[in-house]
Design a protein around this ligand. Sequence first.
Ligand SMILES: [Zn+2]
Length: 222
Amino acid sequence: MYKILMILSSTLLALTIGHSESTQTISERDASGGTPAKQIMALPDDPATTTADRELMSYAYALAERAVEHGNHPFSALLVKDGEIIFEFENAVYSLQDVTQHAETGLISQATRQFDRATLAASTLYASTEPCIMCCGAIRWAGIRKVVYGTTSSKLTEVIRQIYPAAAKNPLPESPLAIREIFQRTEPGVQVYGPLMEAEGIAIHAKSWGEDPVLRSILGNQ
Ligand SMILES: [Zn+2]
């Protein structure tokens, strides 16, 4: 979600400096509606992930799709201890009109009231998409020591750039700040695993971001 904010701000800049230069039209995209015409290649799974990780990520992706059904962005987070999901949360930014209600921050806000520090330290956070910088901060302060993410945040950026031609012109870096970079600088560190089943995550994002009301209103070309 961090990058979405970056996209929004940088897209506004792009609009200011020359949105009219955008020549790609919706007719150049897949006729099925909103699906990017060009295939975005998924990265291979992190070889350190397990079958159990895959099962949990599959559930996380399904939860991310439910977030869309509830009018929100397709993100979800699970808190897992000893192989059991002890808490879950789906993105609720639009439904709660609260930009801090990312899947991970929403989960941590509630889970830290329910579980003690030892439980959190022994748990793994599963995120359907690589957590943003805000969520990394919350993960760090909650004392969670392990994260498994599904889809790399830079792939989400690729999806949005394909759906919205104006976004493709923005000055986003090709390799935005990655969760591993962030947690390399924290003490204690947080173990990071991912990507995992990224093709599924890309498909979910490609299906839903074309309908995003904020991006549509700003970019105005859907
Ligand atoms: Zn976030």
